[in-house]
Design a protein around this ligand. Structure first.
Ligand code: ADP
Ligand code: MG
Length: 450
């Protein structure tokens, strides 16, 4: 029986279901399920108890059939295995709690988290929803769901925000669990310090046996630091073996990090989730939210105007609000598009929209996917061409974002506007799990934007 890509199929099912149930239900019922095996004929799921099986079959039979193998009788072909009590015990009450007082842990300060970075202040949209749900799943049941959870995405898109949100939630809801949240740089400095002070054993002991949740930010800084990589790999291994939760963020997927294959394999062993660039509507919502936090009245039209021009970095959106807020307070002005244009001149200049034509977008797509521009406008349905055409539609929509231009785009591609929307949704969905595709789209965007 050929093995399928478990992560893809099961993740896609989870992604789909997550948009249809509450986060609590997702965390309680779905996140704890583990895929033991998946072939083209059957999937084997490990569940914590029989109720999860009932829940799945009574609520999601149709969806299970759509995503997973189906039996000859048209039923989902699932073999359920109940996790052994030993395993359950291990994960529900990690050994750590009994060890907490054993060795100089009290010398380590309490976990430091940015008080603003919470789930409640994180605005969701199609490109970051999956990461958020996975993070909530981990926060609800640390060590039980995805381990490690590896979050990757571009700069300023909310990776640290989500990492700290997990920390806050666990701190408040699982009070006994000991959390360490640290940037890779700080971790390396700590190792250097402890080497100097000859206190490595104490540090190792802390990281490998006294922590229940390790949140590591910006793992890309581990690249080309061979000795540290080895040290960390051992730590991850030790933590994972005792059921402690690990969450890692990075600006690239594991496969593109210059680390050993073994380390990469470990990072890919849990769930790899991509944090995408928020689309227009989400950017507007983020701006409104940030403005509200600052007590600034931001007319919708103006929020729309800013979101159209600052499109690939949430930190810049935040910067725009801060600058506008200062300007309005100092000069006692109302926010208008003119004021925005004046105040944010340099920021808005980064927007390349006016210089770009659809032809140029298509050329960049054709170059990266190695197809002809005419293929992208044609109707050939071979797999590669159909995918590159959908990417072209997705990027064209991203760069020409208003409703009117949707019709124009449809005319350009000689398709209906619902075909364009379907293509965009499909690519967004694929980008949540397909790192190679994310990478290709990133390359195209770079070409378009420079
Ligand atoms: P990264 O770690 O990916 O570089 P950060 O987590 O530091 O990005 O996010 C940059 C800023 O943007 C932070 O202030 C964060 O609160 C904010 N931010 C990013 N994404 C969102 C979002 N979806 N909703 C609200 N704020 C966000
Ligand atoms: Mg960060």
């Amino acid at each position: 029986m050929p093995a399928c890509d478990t992560r893809d199929t099961w993740t896609q099912f989870l992604q789909f279901v997550k948009t249809r149930c509450s986060l609590t239900a997702f965390g309680n019922w779905l996140a704890p399920i583990r895929v033991l095996e998946l072939t083209s004929e059957e999937i084997t799921l490990e569940i914590p108890n029989i109720f999860v099986q009932d829940y799945l079959l009574s609520n999601y039979k149709k969806e299970l059939c759509a995503f997973l193998p189906v039996s000859a009788q048209g039923e989902p072909a699932i073999r359920f295995v109940i996790a052994s009590p030993q395993k359950k015990q291990q994960t529900t009450s990690p050994t750590i709690t009994t060890q907490l007082t054993s060795t100089g842990v009290e010398n380590y300060p309490e976990v430091k988290l940015n008080h603003n970075y919470r789930f409640e202040t994180f605005i969701e949209g199609p490109t970051n929803q999956f990461v958020k749900s996975a993070a909530v799943g981990v926060a609800l049941r640390p060590g039980h769901s995805f381990n490690p959870l590896f979050i990757h995405g571009g700069v300023g898109l909310g990776k640290t925000h989500i990492l700290h949100s997990i920390g806050h939630y666990i701190k408040e809801h699982h009070k006994k669990l000991r959390i360490q949240c640290i940037t890779t740089e700080a971790l390396i400095n700590e190792i250097v310090d402890n080497l100097k002070k000859k206190s490595m054993d104490r540090m190792k002991n802390f990281y490998r046996s006294e922590i229940d949740v390790l949140l590591v930010d910006d793992i890309q800084f581990l690249q080309n630091r061979l000795n540290f990589e080895e040290e960390l790999a051992h730590t991850f291994e030790a933590l994972k073996n005792k059921g402690a939760q690990i969450v890692i963020t990075s600006d690239k997927p594991p496969s593109l990090l210059k680390l050993s294959e073994r380390t990469i394999g470990k990072m890919e062993g849990g769930l790899v989730a991509h944090m995408g660039v928020p689309e227009l509507e989400t950017r507007v919502a983020i701006l409104q939210h940030k403005a509200q936090q600052k007590g600034l009245h931001l007319p919708h039209k103006v929020a729309f105007f800013i979101a159209e021009h600052i499109y690939n970095n949430v930190r810049q959106l935040e910067g725009a609000i801060n600058r506008l807020s200062a300007q309005c307070r100092l000069l006692d002005l109302n926010i208008t598009e003119e004021l925005v244009s004046m105040t944010l001149r340099e920021m808005l200049q980064q927007a390349p929209r006016e210089k770009i034509s659809i032809e140029e977008i298509l050329k960049c797509v054709a170059a990266v996917f190695n197809v002809r521009v005419s293929d992208l406008k044609g109707s050939c349905r071979t797999k590669d061409i159909a995918l590159s055409r959908q990417v072209a539609m997705y990027l064209a929509r991203l760069f020409f974002n208003e409703y009117q231009s949707l019709i124009a785009l449809a005319t350009y591609f000689n398709k209906t506007h619902s075909t364009i929307l379907h293509a965009c949704k499909n690519i967004e969905k694929k980008m949540m799990t397909d790192e190679a595709l994310c990478e290709q789209i990133g390359q195209i965007r770079k070409k378009i934007e420079c």
